[in-house]
Design a protein around this ligand. Sequence first.
Ligand code: NAP
Ligand code: F7E
Length: 358
Amino acid sequence: MKKALITGITGQDGSYLTEFLLAKGYEVHGIIRRASTFNSQRLDHLYRDPHNGDDVRLYLHYGDIGSSGNLSDLIRQVQPDEIYHLAAQSHVRVSFDLPDYTGDVTGLSTVRILEAIRRADSHARFYQASSSEMFGSASPPQHEETPFEPQSPYAAAKLYAYWVTRNYRDGYGLYACNGILFNHESPRRGETFVTRKITRAVAAIVAGRQQHLYLGNLDARRDWGYAPDYVEAMWLMLQQEQAEDFVIGTGEAHSVRELLDEAFGYVGLDWNQYVRIDEKYYRPTEVDYLLADPQKAFARLKWQPRVHFRELVRIMVDADLELAGLAAPGEGRSILEERYDGWHRWQDQVASMEKGTR
Ligand code: NAP
Ligand code: F7E
């Protein structure tokens, strides 16, 4: 049985990756921060208490990616075959308010883990969650050879992590990859990222609980994909003969305005009546246009996104309508079921695994 160690397991990607790896038969270990309230909601459906004598394959360990000693101890203790480093201060706007903290957590944490792998003489393969934000103001479409022009403390921190990953690969022969992922979203997306902020607002407006939605720059364009598709790409990167870096995206970009059209239009509303601009959501330096050229991943990883923009928005609006206690139009869900090849298989595997360990 392969063992994986995931930092950022409680986040959007960490939770989908955990489902994916458990369904593939892995033993999964995750690092979780101590908080004064529960912060593992995205994992609750997978967690089993070892005290019940269940067949447990998901283990959570307290830790923090700010602590080298803690990371070293965990790598020695768990002896993972694969390490997925997903933990970060991941909000671009927040990185302007907390630039040095973001540099430490989002940038330096990567060298802490790489150094722990090297010192422990670990055979673990390493995945670094690099970001399309590193391309910043570089002209679209962006691919693996596009020069980086970072436009935020977050992007600068990710760029440090990107280069140190390459350095440990070249200098020490570690199997270490950068997945340069474009924006990916889901019903589990953090509530302050623009997609989720919009789909939650649509549900709250339909429910009569919200009148206005305050946003920043509506002209920014992003290549938005579906998070479960992207965790598969992370895993594929660690299954290759040689470690390499890959751009992952859909190859299709839309503006925030188009996102509003799609989300409000789906429930028959005109967003112009609800949306207001609040300049506090503007960034000191904006990234105008991110569009992936994922040809390398298509050819070498045989990876393809299954869910595209319109389906993604509908899946998210449906989920937020349900959370708001409203019957969802359902189209998002049926699109998902019809078009997302393997979704059923994956869900069945997770379900039977859960039954097996109950
Ligand atoms: P997310 O939902 O914000 O999750 C971040 C995770 O990091 C959470 O589990 C969080 O724990 C954990 N974390 C933060 N600071 C930590 C610390 N000091 N010690 C331990 N854990 C810490 O992010 P995501 O969307 O899943 O993204 C995963 C990774 O991919 C991030 O590195 C992000 O920067 C990168 N990325 C994301 C995208 C995207 O579009 N989603 C695109 C490119 C790259 P808590 O739950 O306790 O807060
Ligand atoms: O912003 C604009 C905003 O915060 C998208 C992270 O996962 O993807 C994410 O970073 C766009 C920006 O994501 C609001 O100015 C307008 O142009 O959803 P976002 P992001 O900054 O692209 C990358 C790839 C990552 O790596 C990051 O970790 O939407 N926008 N109005 C707004 N954005 C927010 N958050 N809130 C608004 O009110």
